[in-house]
Write a protein that binds this ligand. Structure first.
Ligand SMILES: Cc1ncc(COP(=O)(O)O)c(C=O)c1O
Length: 376
């Protein structure tokens, strides 16, 4: 038996593989998920769900009305402009399937979230990486140049604050990238799932001044709402862009889990209370990470525009084979970090360090890194 041709080259993500093969007692600075408690608003909703007897029916394809209303209020957009999805990954999959196919090109960041090229290939399209500025922020000039060199581009993805680098984008840069896509009728997907996780001012968003034709923005419960296990995300923006993606999403999952949607509605509805609490958790972890990095690595990490990743330069001897180096760090040092090469060739001189874990794990993990990084 032989799986379909588009499966060629599809592997378990390096992030999952690094975590799943880890020896016992390893500290993980590898996963991008919050370690603090699920907000009580969601817990109470889940407990209430289990209460009364009765069926657990399918829901509407578009999502339960309470969640749609909570999102419309939170995002400040009318309901038809929102696609409720199985994580933001579900929206990404549906958007790429809906707007790119065999012979088309999809622009994506290098380094960038490793699902992007996989999703392009699964749609039969060609992933076309574009570079960032030297400080890893989004560079509209480099983006436009890559777009000009991609005559068959149908869709482009920007991610800010970025996974894996933590870098952001200025409002002017976002406007310029949007204009470049608009000129070519290329759909622009702005992945902003880390936007609410900021240490100082809130980073710019693509649609801050309102919905833009040809563009959509991604959000998620997984990061700022500390609920990755609920698997609820959303895309919002131009309803013409969302309409075919909605059909793909219906074909994928029919509808989301009802208990998860009810909990999502409770979380989104309480965002004014929850997001400040979450940012307090983030600040505690950032302080733990920054002081451990200074003490154990002699490195003063730059604060991210948002999110909980540090982009740590590799020691020179790691550079010929970053993957093998990070495996040594894991198996001999007992700590997981992700080789930057997993995020694209332009990430090869770095490792991604997640400081989303508990403060104790962050400090212990960074201490374990010191033997591999210090005095080299
Ligand atoms: C940049 C980015 N976008 C999207 C996702 C998908 O997240 P989820 O499907 O949990 O919303 C992730 C997950 O790590 C991510 O880092």
């Amino acid at each position: 038996m032989r799986p379909a041709g588009r499966m060629a080259g599809l592997r378990l993500s390096v992030i999952r593989a690094m975590n799943e093969g880890a020896p016992a007692g390893c500290v993980s600075l590898g996963l991008g998920e919050p370690s603090w408690d699920l907000p009580r608003e969601a817990r109470e909703s889940l407990e209430a769900w289990a209460g009364p007897e009765g069926p657990c029916p399918y829901g509407p394809n578009a999502g339960i009305p309470e969640l749609r209303a909570a999102l419309a209020d939170h995002l400040g957009v009318p309901d038809p402009g929102i696609l409720v999805s199985a994580g933001s990954q579900g929206a990404l999959f549906a958007l790429v399937q809906a707007w790119a196919g065999p012979g088309d090109q999809v622009l994506l960041p290098d380094p960038g979230f490793l699902a992007y090229p996989t999703l392009a290939r699964l749609a039969g399209a060609e992933p076309v990486p574009y570079p960032a500025a030297p400080d890893f922020s989004l560079d509209p000039g480099l983006f436009r140049a890559a777009l000009e060199a991609a005559p068959r581009a149908r869709l482009a993805i920007v991610n800010h604050p970025a996974n894996p680098t933590g870098a952001g984008a200025s409002r002017a840069a976002l406007d310029e990238m949007y204009a470049a896509c608009r000129d070519r009728e290329v759909v622009l997907v702005s992945d902003e799932v880390y936007r609410e996780l900021h240490l100082s001012e809130r980073p710019a968003g693509l649609a801050d001044a309102g919905v833009r034709p040809g563009a959509v923005v991604l959000g998620s419960l997984s990061k700022a709402f500390a609920a990755p296990g609920l698997r609820v995300g959303w895309a919002w923006g131009d309803s013409e862009v969302l309409a075919p993606a909605r059909l793909v999403h219906n074909a994928m999952v029919s509808c989301l889990s009802r208990p998860a949607q009810a909990a999502a509605a409770a979380l989104v509805g309480a965002s004014d209370r929850i997001l400040p609490r979450v940012r307090t958790q983030l600040a505690v972890r950032w302080e733990a990470f920054r002081s451990a990095a200074r003490d154990h690595l002699g490195w003063d990490p730059p604060p991210p525009a948002g999110g909980f990743y540090a982009w740590l330069p590799l020691p020179p001897e790691a550079r010929p084979d970053p993957g093998a180096f990070c495996l040594r760090v894991r198996d001999r040092g007992g700590v997981i970090v992700i080789p930057g090469s997993a995020f694209g060739p332009r990430g090869a001189a770095y490792a991604r360090v997640s400081w989303a874990g508990s403060p104790a794990d962050i400090v212990e993990g960074v201490r374990r890194l010191s033997g591999f990084w210090r005095d080299r």
